[in-house]
Design a protein around this ligand. Structure first.
Ligand code: SAM
Ligand code: SF4
Length: 458
């Protein structure tokens, strides 16, 4: 059981424990963190034990079919827990909740609350209503429910910020890539006011955060709907000047909106980590056009070249999909060629799946599952070779590492990340958590590096 700080439950009953399960992206992680903080104010203590929970909160994702299936299989496990503990309240939020609404309550008759993507701010009130009135509720507002989120970050003595704190700067997306459900379940793009973002960053920095991860589906279009249309580049500059944060990362950038002045930031702003996640999706211009991505493979490569000219040591990762409708073997080869050319440090690769509302679900020439599977294996083995080779080149170098916490290996080591987002495990005390240290890289694996402390300046 994980119990932090000074928030005490209203009573000592088990109904005051909150279990959170987050599926999908980092933006969902951020929303879950907000819900954890919101319900902590109501007296709920976090737990990692499903059986002792009085409230189970599921934050769901339906970007890919597999992600959606994972949610249903988790929900299936909860039936017997609810039978044993009828007072348990089960809340489903996120994309699956938005997509299915009331139908989810019908399909899983032991669910209590279904909360759409614009309703998260009301969860505490909805939970209370469901407890007092024994109601089952589907809450799917058209407009974002308003909340004063910032006060949640003020009680830093009760919930400390993680060393790397996510900060969502915008919601929704206007891009309508033909395969994507996001604009349909998350709505149109909405940017948070800059002053509010700066304030939140100061608060999480006071709570112990050293690095912030700015989140949005397309951060480079930040500010378009705000008065005065401030840009993402302005936001980055202001964070550097007005906060004490020592590292900044952001995700996700869209290649079509990666401007020269954003690229210039990698040479100008020292807190900005030398790392960029830039999803390419495919290497074939024909497929990129069908996806409505708004760039060609050569434009993508030109952006990478410019970035590497400004910042030669930049680390790069990307998202790629195989088996988009109509993808031929030749199109697929062009994707492999692009991977070979760019030499990404890391890659997230997926099999295309039809999604509700997405235009590509109606496209002809669907690729057989067996072919998608074979293409994915080939693509992943090419990338595995590239990643390992690039990791091996790190051996012998000394890198700046921000220590995030104990290593997952569980052998008493600690872990952190280089600016290029490489995980490094090394021997060190937990006193170093939250500090930047110099680490000599001693060994390389496919997903991490092994190091030893070279230097630590107080
Ligand atoms: N906004 C980001 C972007 O433009 O790349 C990320 C969006 S999505 C949450 C994350 C990744 O999921 C995408 O980059 C894409 O590779 C993958 N994805 C989205 N829809 C998909 C689908 N229908 N089938 C398979 N993968 C999909
Ligand atoms: Fe989906 Fe495209 Fe928007 Fe990313 S940019 S969220 S892939 S529609």
């Amino acid at each position: 059981m994980r119990a932090r700080g000074d928030v005490l439950p209203k009573t000592a009953e088990s109904s005051q424990y909150l279990y959170i399960q987050t599926f999908g992206c980092q933006m969902n992680e951020y929303d879950s963190l907000r819900v954890e903080r919101m319900l902590a104010r109501e007296g709920y203590l976090p737990t990692s034990d499903l059986n002792s929970a009085g409230v189970i909160f599921l934050n769901t994702c339906s970007v890919r079919e597999k992600a959606e299936q994972k949610v249903y299989s988790f929900l299936g496990r909860l039936r017997s827990i609810k039978v044993r503990n009828p007072g348990l309240k089960i809340i489903v939020a996120g994309c699956v909740a938005q997509q299915l609404g009331k139908k989810l309550l019908e399909r899983f008759d032991y669910l209590d609350l279904v909360v759409g993507t614009r309703g998260v701010a009301s969860i505490a009130q909805l939970l209370e209503r469901s407890q007092v009135k024994e109601e089952r509720i589907a809450h799917l507002p058209e407009e974002e429910d308003q909340a004063h989120w910032l006060h949640l970050f003020e009680r830093t003595s009760s919930i400390d910020s993680p060393v790397v704190a996510p900060v969502t700067i915008m919601q929704g997306c206007n891009n309508f890539c033909t395969y994507c459900i996001v604009p349909h379940v998350r709505g149109r793009e909405r940017s948070r006011p800059m002053a509010e973002i700066i304030r939140e960053i100061r608060l999480v920095a006071n709570g112990g955060a050293r690095e912030i991860l700015l989140l949005g589906q397309n951060v480079n279009s930040y500010g378009r709907g705000l008065p005065g249309k401030p840009s993402f580049v302005e936001l980055l500059h202001r964070i550097c000047v007005e906060t004490e944060i020592s590292r900044i990362r952001f995700t996700t950038s869209h290649p079509k909106d990666l401007t020269d002045d954003l690229i210039a930031c990698f040479g100008e702003l020292s807190p900005l980590c030398k790392f960029l996640h830039l999803p390419v999706q495919a290497g074939s211009d024909r497929i990129l056009r069908l996806m409505n991505r708004g760039y060609t493979a050569s434009r993508y490569l030109e952006r990478i070249e410019r970035l590497r000219t400004i910042c030669p040591e930049v680390g790069l990762s990307s998202d790629v999909m195989v088996g988009f409708p109509g993808e031929t073997e030749e199109d697929f080869r062009e994707t492999l060629q692009l991977l070979d050319e760019v030499q990404f440090d890391n890659l997230f690769s997926f099999r295309y799946s039809d999604r509700p509302y997405a235009r590509s679900a109606d496209f002809p020439d669907k690729v057989a599952e067996g072919i998608k599977a074979r293409r994915l294996i080939e693509l992943q083995s090419l990338q595995a070779e590239i990643t390992l080779r690039k990791n091996q080149r790190e051996v012998g170098c000394v890198r700046e590492v921000l220590v995030e916490g104990p290593s997952k290996s569980g052998d008493g080591q600690i872990m952190g990340r280089t600016q290029q987002n490489r995980i490094v495990n090394f021997q060190g005390t937990e006193r170093l958590i939250g500090k930047k240290v110099q680490v000599r890289i001693m060994g390389a694996f496919s997903h991490s590096l092994k190091g030893e402390l070279a230097e630590y300046r107080g």
